[in-house]
Design a protein around this ligand. Sequence first.
Ligand code: PLP
Length: 358
Amino acid sequence: MRRPLVRDDLKSMEGYHSPQVDVEVRLNTNEAPFPPPDEFQEAFLNEVTKVDWNRYPDRLAQSLREDLAALHQVQPEQVFVANGSNEVLQTICLTFGGHGRTALTFEPTYAMYGQIARTTQCRVAEVQRDEAFKVSIDVLERGIETEKPDLMFLCSPNNPTGTPESSAVIEAALGLSSAAVVVDEAYGQFADFTALDMFGSHDASDSLIVTRTFSKTWSMAGVRLGYCIAPPWMLDEFQKVVLPYHLDSVKQIAGQVALRFQDQMEKRVTQIADERKRVSESLTLMELDVWPSQANFILFRTTPCDLSGNEVWKRLLDRSVLVRNCSGWPGLEDCLRVTLGTEQENTIFLEALQEALQ
Ligand SMILES: *Cc1c(COP(=O)(O)O)cnc(C)c1O
C-alpha cells in the first residue's frame, strides 16, 4: 500500500526530543520539584463539581483572564491564554509567521521557537549570542538589519543558559524593527528582570508580547496552561488562528484556583533560588565551567574536568540521575543543564556528579 505524502518541509524536521526515562532523580525538564499545596487539590476538586460537562467551555476564558490581568495589573483584553505557553508561541507564529515571513532567534536558545515557527512554514533566521550568552545591542542590530524579521524571540531568562534579558535590549528591539517582539518569561519569577513592567511604565509598544506559563513556577506542568500579555489589538488576531474552545473548562478552573496560592508559589521560588546558589557554588568548586543562572536550572560544561559532556551524562544516568544533555546543540558542546530539584535531589545529584568526575 502507498502512504499519503507528508508535506515536503516536514521531511527534514524532527520532533521534540527529551527522553522520559524512569530514574530516581529527574532533573531534565525544568519542572517544579514540588506539587501545588494540598489546599489547591481540595479547592480544585470543589470547583470542578460545578462544571457544566455537556456545555462548551467559556471560549474567551473570561474569568481566568480577569484574574491574570489583576495579577499583572493589566487589562483582561491584554491577556491571551492557551494550552501551555507552547500553544501561545504557536498562536503567535500563526499570526505573525507563516509562509514568506521570517522569525529571528538568538542562539543557543529554546529550540521550540524554531520548531514551531517552521511548522507554520516560516523561515527561521538564527543569530548567535556573545560568549556570555548575552544578546548584545550589536548582535540585535545586525540580526534585524540583515534578516528583516517579522517576529523575534527573546527568552528571559534564557533556556538553556539561564541568562536574563535587559530592558535596554528589549527597547532596542522594539525601536529598531516593527517585528512582533516576544519575550518568553517561562522562568520570569526566578529572575530580577521582567519585561512586564514595560506595559505599565510607559506607552506600551504595539509589538511587545510577554509569555508566561503555569508549567514551572506554578508547579502545574501536568495541566498545560500558559498565557501572554500583549497589546489588545493582537487578541482579535489570535482568536482567528486558535481553535475554538481550545481551553477546556477544567483547565480554566485549575488556573484560577492556582492563582489563589500565589504566596506559596513565591515561597517555592525563594526555596529554589536558595538551592540554585548552593548547587552553583558546588559546581564551581568541582572546577566545571558554570554559567550564572537566574532560572531554576544551571548550565555547566564538563571539559575543564577532562571528560566529555556525553560521558558525564551517561555516568549520571548510571547513577539514576537524569539531566539534560545539551552537548549536541551548536554552541553548547559538552554542556549539561541541571534542573534544581528538592534539597535532597540536588544533594544526590551533586554526589553522583562528584563520583562521575573521578
Ligand atoms: C518550559 C518552557 C516553556 C513552557 O512551555 P509550556 O508549554 O508552557 O509547558 C516555554 N518556554 C521556555 C523557554 C521553556 O523553557
